[in-house]
Design a protein around this ligand. Structure first.
Ligand SMILES: *Cc1c(COP(=O)(O)O)cnc(C)c1O
Length: 433
């Protein structure tokens, strides 16, 4: 191959998210401007020796001095590998391993480090299906999960014991946008890990789906394992599902073996969509969505029917200091994200909830620029009701205790003109008031 190996690290991350590695040993695509999609589930082997070597090297991290030996899609293939490089670049971490969905990535990112009787300590408000994994499935395998309020950065300390293996964080929290002070939490954990043998260390696992790596890179604060649902902001178009575990090189092989044996691989065509359309346009989409989110949050805050608005960009945000410290884009600018959470006024929570439902039903039927649907981080603005939809796996009383308002509304801002979204929201609020 005649391609010169360029020093890509001297370029900014948004540029590297378009070009990837200057030289990709996974595939000689030096004459393709856009990387190709692999279309073969199995790979021709020149000899049984090459087959044996390929099996022996599964998940071995190569520094790409020589191309990996591909054997079978589930064990690794070039298109997914190229996406993995891009995702590691986006998070400023060493390696990424892609999975079929965000939940397959949560499962792998948490479970690769566990054995029976291991214990997890988790923030108490997390994505609904992660909560269901932690309360319905892992306990059946003998894994205990303790929940605590990690907005207090030392609240996990009383639960730590010799069996603790994972400290699980999600921030901003889905749906209410609470923030966890990652720096303070990691600082509290460090002295505990310093006294432990390497295989007994407590891994920090962090779901960064809400912020996307554009707005926050928790690895910079010392987080070990970062999870993404690629279905959301990293795909960005609402066309595909995927997930990723992004971490340091020492865990790469274990994660690739985990994926091989549990089988939750990402399909190459899906990986290609996320690589070519999604990741490369992240630095284009998020700033646009974010500036609209700010305008929409300000509009909602000024509306007489709105009780409270949570958006990390508003000075009224309860953890504004934490937001300004942790939510930063690649150039160091404040990056409060694209999600807004708000509630409507009512004499009682029940009344506020009824109003919220009326508003969302009006939007569902009449708003051109807002769609009632779960998910987030795509081109279209989506509205949803966490209490009855994404977070229904929490009992109603638990929702209130955890700060998920019965009438809470989650708005994930798209790339439409902000004035159109505001006009649609205003009409809906006027009609129901
Ligand atoms: C959507 C989501 C997930 C799950 O991702 P899927 O791709 O739907 O499996 C996990 N965590 C968060 C915060 C999410 O928003």
């Amino acid at each position: 191959m005649s391609l010169k190996k360029l020093d890509e690290k001297k370029y900014s991350i948004p540029t590297r998210l378009i070009y990837g590695k200057s030289l990709a040993q996974e595939w000689d695509y030096s004459h393709h401007v856009i990387p190709p999609i692999t279309t073969s589930s199995t790979f021709r082997l020149d000899s049984t020796q090459r087959g044996a070597q390929g099996f022996g090297e599964i998940g071995q991290y190569s520094d790409l001095a020589s191309p990996p030996i591909y054997v079978y899609d589930r064990m690794g293939e070039p298109t997914v590998d190229m996406l993995q490089h891009a995702l590691a670049t986006a998070e400023e971490k060493e390696v990424a391993v892609a999975f079929a969905t965000g939940m397959a990535a949560v499962h792998a990112g948490v479970c690769f480090a566990l054995e029976s009787q291991s214990e997890i300590i988790s923030h108490d408000t997390i994505y609904g299906c992660t909560y269901s994994l932690f309360t319905n499935w892992l306990p059946k395998l003998g894994v205990k999960v303790h929940f605590c309020d990690l907005t207090k950065p030392d609240s996990f300390l009383p639960y730590v014991n010799g069996r603790t293996r994972v400290l699980y964080l999600e921030s901003p929290v889905n749906p209410n946008l609470e923030l966890l002070d990652t720096e303070a939490i990691v600082a509290n954990l460090q002295p505990i890990n310093a006294k432990r043998q390497k295989d007994k260390r407590i891994l920090t696992v962090f779901d960064n789906t809400f912020a996307t790596p554009y707005c926050q890179r928790p690895g910079k604060q010392g987080i070990d394992v970062i999870i993404h649902s690629l279905t959301k902001g990293l795909n960005g178009f609402g066309t595909d599902m995927g997930g990723a575990v992004i971490t340091q090189r020492e865990y790469f092989q274990q994660l690739v073996h985990f994926r091989k044996d549990f089988g939750g691989i990402l399909a190459p065509t899906t990986a290609w969509h996320i690589l070519v359309y999604g990741v490369s346009t992240l630095p284009l989409r998020i700033p646009r969505q974010q500036s609209s989110a700010m305008k929409i949050a300000e509009f909602l805050e000024s509306h007489p029917l709105v009780e409270k608005v949570r958006y990390p960009g508003l000075p009224s945000f309860p953890q504004f200091e934490v937001a300004q410290r942790l939510l930063r884009d690649y150039d160091g600018n404040f990056a409060p994200g694209i999600i807004i959470y708000f509630t409507l006024k009512g004499d009682k929570p029940e009344h506020s909830k009824k109003r919220g439902e009326a508003m969302m039903n009006y939007v569902a039927q009449n708003s051109y620029s807002i769609t009632l649907a779960v998910s987030l981080g795509q081109l279209r603005t989506l509205i949803e009701h966490p209490g009855s939809m994404t977070h229904a796996s929490y009992a109603a009383a638990d929702q209130i205790a955890l700060g998920i308002d019965p009438g809470g509304i989650r708005l994930a801002v798209g790339i439409e003109n902000a004035n159109d979204i505001i006009a649609d929201l205003k009409t809906a609020l006027d009609v129901i008031s």
